[in-house]
Design a protein around this ligand. Structure first.
Ligand SMILES: Cc1cc2nc3c(=O)[nH]c(=O)nc-3n(C[C@H](O)[C@H](O)[C@H](O)COP(=O)(O)OP(=O)(O)OC[C@H]3O[C@@H](n4cnc5c(N)ncnc54)[C@H](O)[C@@H]3O)c2cc1C
Length: 385
């Protein structure tokens, strides 16, 4: 039995915590936020990652929480629909693939973890010594752990502590997500509106409940201050069409505001001594790239699997070797996805809108979509778990 500290109660952290607890280890998850974070939009779980949900024993719960999306509707500046596409056509789901609100999946994984969770604290310092990792928490508490796992996301402090600053790849935009009243009466439909450099989208699973709003803006400037997210979004979307003004009002009041850069991280190494990185902390394909959640789940499985067979040094090396090719494929796909999501100029948008408007009349629309989605399917299954 090893005392293991996991930093970050997102997706990767709780998934790993359950697997290591089952192996008989004593696992503590420390999360900087004061409560489990319920924010976020829809996330996908595809291919190999669905097998991991089965093995975690939460697949049925996650399936029950599926967003059940029916349709994607593109609207004009005045809110008039100009293209309505059935979700089945555009999402190309296969087998057990799921789409779940990120907060729902986080809650399911947390509730199944069986580990100790400490909220409102974080690692302030760690010293990796011959007998374990000595940790001082921001709260002043201290502890010694046999292993420390950094599952603390895209801007991982654990990564910085053990590897220093690693290069980030800015993909040219920023994303924000928040709750708003469902004034559109959305019922399992995604509504999308784009203008040059700005994309707004809305989703709700229940017409009587709140909607989740997403706003993405293009910016070549990396490293904008995330603590200033609401002001940056308000500035970027000032004067926007459709429901922009109403959404910005809701954003100001939202207590579940999520804001991040569309950035990829691919750390040159995923471990150092007794400290290992997991999920976005090690390899973030970028928020909204579509595969971050699946990579986090698969990573948790592979890391736990390797730790069940070998000591930490060998296990960390084989974990990284098994994951690298799968991660590389998904990173490549993620770059393409994000590039397509961040709206370009008027002409690019007009061209895309024309494609969406005419797609449903295309005699071979299924094949057209299949061609677009084939690389995603390949990437989602590019590992055996
Ligand atoms: C609130 C939230 C909403 C999101 N919404 C979306 C979305 O709508 N679409 C999308 O594509 N991706 C979203 N993401 C990112 C997505 O969840 C991840 O890309 C993916 O699931 C990988 O999960 P992860 O567990 O590695 O990282 P994350 O899910 O990012 O989890 C990391 C966790 O670590 C915590 N943390 C950060 N720093 C520290 C620290 N120093 N000490 C302790 N804890 C720390 C964070 O609060 C978070 O709970 C969101 C992330 C968060 C945190």
């Amino acid at each position: 039995m090893t005392e293991i500290l996991v930093s970050g109660a997102g997706i990767a952290g709780p998934a790993l915590a359950q697997l290591l607890t089952r192996q008989g280890h004593s696992v503590t998850v420390v999360e900087r936020a004061p409560l489990l974070r319920s924010a976020g939009y829809k996330v996908d779980v595809r291919g190999a990652a669905t097998t991991v949900l089965h093995r975690l024993g939460v697949y049925d719960q996650a399936r029950a929480a599926d967003t059940g999306m029916r349709q994607i509707t593109y609207v004009t500046k005045a809110g008039k629909p100009f293209a309505e596409l059935p979700a089945d056509l555009i999402m190309g789901r296969r087998g057990d693939d799921l789409e779940v609100m990120r907060g729902d999946l986080g809650r399911i994984l947390h509730d199944a973890a069986g580990a100790e969770f400490v909220f409102g604290d974080s690692i302030a310092e760690l010293h990796d010594g011959p007998d374990g990792v000595d940790v001082t928490f921001a709260s002043g508490r201290t502890g010694r752990f046999g292993l420390v796992v950094g599952a603390d996301g895209l801007h991982s402090a654990t990564r910085r502590q053990v590897l220093g600053d690693v290069p980030l790849r800015h993909l040219g935009g920023y994303i924000s997500i928040f709750s708003a009243p469902n004034s559109l009466g959305i019922d399992r439909e995604e509504v999308m509106y784009s203008e040059p450099g700005r994309l707004t989208f809305a989703y709700a699973m229940d017409p009587a409940g709140p909607a989740r709003i997403g706003m993405i803006f293009a910016s070549d400037e990396p490293g904008l201050d995330r603590r200033d997210g609401k002001r940056l979004v308000a500035e970027a979307f000032a004067g926007g069409g459709w429901r922009t003004g109403e959404f910005l009002e809701s954003m100001r009041a939202a207590d579940d505001f999520y804001f991040d850069s569309l950035t990829q991280v691919d750390a040159p190494r995923w471990s150092s001594g007794r400290v290992v990185l997991l999920g976005d902390a090690a390899h973030c394909p970028a928020p909204s790239s579509g595969q971050g959640t699946s990579l986090a789940l698969v990573g948790a499985w592979v890391l736990a699997d390797e730790l069940s067979r070998a000591g930490h040094a060998e296990a960390f090396a084989t974990y990284e070797a098994r994951m690298r090719p799968y991660v590389a494929k998904n990173m490549e796909f993620g770059r393409k996805m994000v590039k397509d999501m961040v709206p370009g100029g008027r002409l690019t948008i007009a061209f895309r809108n024309y494609g969406m408007r005419t797609l449903k009349f295309h005699p071979r629309k299924e094949q057209v979509i299949e061609k677009v989605l084939a690389p995603l399917r390949e990437a989602a299954n590019a590992i055996t778990v």
